[in-house]
Ligand binder design. Structure first.
Ligand SMILES: Nc1ncnc2c1ncn2[C@@H]1O[C@H](COP(=O)(O)OP(=O)(O)OP(=O)(O)O)[C@@H](O)[C@H]1O
Ligand SMILES: [Mg+2]
Length: 438
């Protein structure tokens, strides 16, 4: 039996509410449980009715959809908000996603698109609902996604850590970090996969001089079909041994995935993570229906920030969203790229100031400057991760990327000393008691 998806409609135009309601009634798995004419009413109704999905207009009197989305996702963490607007530009979409929306649809709404979006968002929340049920007596409190919960779903026997490298600012250095991190995590007996989730402008293929016969585009439509044999066929292996899953070869294919199967990359990662010890995911800077679900299921998010005002400002907004989504603070590894850039003498922002602004520690740093840029570009031209290209790991910047990878490795796998293992166990005990099941 399929679940019944409870839906709340929030739109100031009664006619729109009515017509959407009628059209949703054709689908037997949908149930419209209520409707509201402005954001404030929508938030109140959501608290009372606890719907699975809210379809929300952006422009409304009294309280608009952005403010309402932000309030409602805090109050009812199990609800997925689908935002609708007649304004259809990327700026509006970013604002909607930053407010906590899961999807952005332009008006007039294509009903088939709405149907599939509702089902896809509902499915994304499966893990959050499950965790919520386990947390009795915590109505209105945060729901943390327990990465271990994902592992139960598939049958590999690896550690399955998912590391998503993200920056809200383009060109911040994500692909360079993701590639070297994946390369630096490799060691005997440890399986690592690098995934290019920057579907439209992905650079992993270029950085590693790889082309693939099959890509994410070939599985996006039917992730269910993905098994280990299929996986072996679409994963390409670099000369250095690094395994990668590349994005679609043409931007048009990327558009199709983003339009029709935005959740496909998350589904792929969630299905195969236990076949690997680490999956490193490189992402695009847009906050969209591809990236947010990936950030949800990440074990660690490497949030890449540069010492510039726009980068710090955008990182602040993203960190606020992470708080709103109840991501635990230790899930985010704030990574300062281009630290101490000597060309920006005087105007560069120090890591201390960044820590002050963002109110959390900079956990990792990669220097900037001409020498670093030259080394990084040389590696790209060779199509080899810097770590694999340079034998000497003692010199910067290779050493910095090695340190970064070692730091992540140690924090997730433990380095083996008894003290550290004890600390790890204590930490985990602490977390599971939050979930109420020790
Ligand atoms: N620490 C660094 N110092 C100097 N140059 C760097 C550093 N990190 C990356 N670069 C250079 O900056 C450019 C952008 O890096 P990269 O492609 O990794 O960023 P990105 O965040 O993936 O960008 P995009 O938004 O295009 O995906 C590259 O040419 C890279 O060589
Ligand atoms: Mg990139």
């Amino acid at each position: 039996m399929v679940d019944e998806i409870k839906i709340l409609l929030v739109d100031d135009i009664a006619e729109t509410r009515e017509s959407i309601k009628k059209l949703l009634a054709f689908e037997t798995d949908f149930k419209v449980v209520g409707s509201a004419g402005n954001g404030r009413e929508g938030v109140e109704l959501a608290k009372e009715l606890r719907p699975d999905i809210i379809i929300m207009d952006i422009n409304m009197p009294d309280m608009d959809g952005l403010e309402a989305a932000s309030l409602v996702t805090k109050a009812v963490p199990t609800v997925g908000v689908i935002m609708m607007s007649v304004q259809n530009d990327s700026d509006y979409m970013q604002r909607a996603m930053l407010a906590g929306a899961r999807f952005f649809l332009s008006k007039p709404v294509n009903m088939d698109k709405l149907y599939s979006t509702i089902r896809s968002v509902y499915e994304q929340y499966e893990i959050i609902r499950r965790q919520y049920e386990q947390m009795q007596n915590n109505v209105g409190g945060p729901v943390l996604i327990d990465p271990d919960d994902l592992k139960k779903e598939n049958d590999g026997d690896r550690a399955g850590h998912i590391i998503v490298v993200y920056s809200p600012q383009g060109g911040a250095g994500c692909t360079t970090i993701a590639t070297n991190l994946a390369s630096g995590l490799m060691r005997e007996g440890v399986k690592v996969l690098l995934i290019d989730a920057d579907l439209q402008f992905g650079d992993i293929g270029m950085f590693l001089n790889l082309t693939a016969q099959s890509t994410i585009a070939d599985i996006a439509e039917d992730v269910e079909e993905l098994d280990t044999d299929f996986l072996d066929n679409i994963v390409v292996t670099h000369d250095s041994g690094l395994k990668s899953l590349l994005g679609p070869a043409r931007p048009a294919l990327a558009d199709e995935i983003r339009e029709n199967y935005p959740d496909a990359v998350r589904e792929i990662v969630a299905k195969i993570n236990t076949y690997y010890d680490f999956i490193v995911v490189d992402t695009a800077s847009t906050l969209d229906a591809v990236n947010i679900p990936l950030l949800d299921i990440a074990t660690k998010i490497m949030l890449v920030v540069n010492p510039t005002l726009p980068s710090v400002k955008n990182s602040r907004l993203v960190l606020d969203l992470f708080d709103q989504l109840a991501y635990p603070q230790e899930k985010v590894v704030l990574t300062l790229n281009r630290a101490n850039d000597d060309r920006r003498k005087g105007s560069g922002i120090t890591s201390e100031r960044i820590e002050n602004w963002l109110k959390r520690p900079v956990s990792a740093q990669i220097p900037g400057g001409e020498n670093v840029e030259r080394a990084v570009l040389h590696a790209i031209n060779k199509g080899i991760p810097l770590i694999a290209l340079e034998r000497d790991h003692s010199k910067s910047p290779t050493r910095d990327y090695v340190d970064l990878a070692n730091q992540i490795y140690a924090s997730l796998m433990g380095t083996g000393t008894e003290d550290e293992q004890e600390q790890e166990t204590e930490k985990r005990g602490g977390l599971s008691s939050i979930f109420g099941r020790r």
